[in-house]
Design a protein around this ligand. Structure first.
Ligand code: NAP
Length: 295
């Protein structure tokens, strides 16, 4: 068998950011339009703080307008929804992201539902999910979009292939499955109650693991020649006292069987922010009735 392709999401995301920077430049110079992203953080969770900072930095680096709102952990749901509403009406803001998780006293579904679906760059609004389910143009959740871009990078035509998605979350599993269905694959969705998981995996030309369990998918579950996308990020204690990141797929085993496989880290992970920026550019173009550039 030829050597497997190790799909570098890190490299792909860098290329995507480069294309986005070009598109932003054209929008600014030819249309006087600067795409803007607003990120809202409630509370002081250190991991969320790092995500918000890196989203802001990446936005500015691309020449886009970045707005950050940091609210205290005691912020009421009404105040947060009031801010979302202000951002919905702010013409300089084309995309709104409320960083999850929110404090327990806030209903995250109510907050997400308050975002204007045309500015829902996280793609989690029920209307965005409905548009995706109906194959209509909308904003697609970032990590699933990243998975699809990586799959199509190695296999542009997916028609007729069998896909197995392990995981059925609103954030990853379900939208990945919808995207693959829209690409004319035959999709199976597996979850914690699924029986005969190894056998189902062995039938899959495309295997996407979004489970949250380190090394869950073993090498002998992988169909020879399959494309394997590992979404899992599991933090495990490393040798030097620092955490190391482990995927849901046992990479060393699966790489022996796969045609192409994403590593962890450096696979799906770097695609998420790049796709968030991509969604912001798409949202800005649509709000201004400009043809979306090919990015
Ligand atoms: P989640 O909401 O916890 O969903 C996990 C899914 O896996 C559920 O559908 C669950 O089934 C299923 N599952 C759990 N244990 C299982 C088992 N033993 N066998 C089969 N299925 C099982 O997680 P998520 O938000 O989708 O995230 C999944 C993974 O992706 C996590 O490791 C997360 O950190 C990672 N992630 C990465 C990125 C990124 O790369 N940027 C972004 C988001 C998430 P039930 O529905 O039956 O409970």
């Amino acid at each position: 068998m030829p050597d497997p392709i190790i799909i570098s999401g890190k490299e792909f995301a860098a290329g995507l950011r480069g294309r986005l920077a070009g598109a932003v430049d054209t929008l600014k110079t030819e249309r006087d339009l600067t795409p803007g992203l607003a990120v809202v953080l409630v509370g002081d969770d250190p991991a969320s703080d790092i995500y918000v900072r890196s989203k802001g930095k990446a936005t500015v680096k691309l020449g886009m307008h970045s707005v950050e709102h940091r609210l205290s952990a005691e912020t009421s749901q009404a105040t947060l929804i009031g801010l979302v509403d202000e951002l919905n009406h702010d013409p300089a803001v084309h995309g709104i992201l409320v960083q999850m998780p929110l404090p327990d006293h806030i209903d995250s579904t109510a907050v997400i539902s308050a975002i204007d679906p045309d500015k829902d760059v996280d793609g989690l609004h029920p209307i965005s999910a409905g548009r995706l389910a109906q194959g209509l143009s909308g904003l697609v959740p970032c990590t699933p979009q990243g998975c699809l871009l990586l799959i199509k990078h190695v296999q542009p035509d997916l028609s007729g292939l069998r896909a197995l998605v392990i995981g059925r979350s609103i954030l990853v599993g379900k939208p990945v499955a919808q995207l693959l269905l829209n690409e004319n694959t035959t999709v199976t969705i597996a979850h914690s109650r699924t029986k005969d998981m190894p056998e189902l995996c062995r039938q899959a030309d495309i295997l996407v693991a979004a489970v949250g369990r380190a090394n869950y998918v073993r090498g002998d579950w992988v169909k020879p020649g399959a494309i394997v996308i590992d979404v899992g990020i599991n933090r495990m204690p490393g040798e030097n006292g620092k955490d190391k990141l482990i995927g849901d797929v046992c990479f060393d085993e699966a790489v022996e069987k796969a045609h192409a496989i994403t590593p962890v880290p450096g696979g799906v992970g770097p695609m998420t922010i790049a796709c968030l920026l991509r969604n912001t550019v798409i949202a800005a173009c649509r709000q201004h009735r400009i043809d979306v550039p090919d990015i």
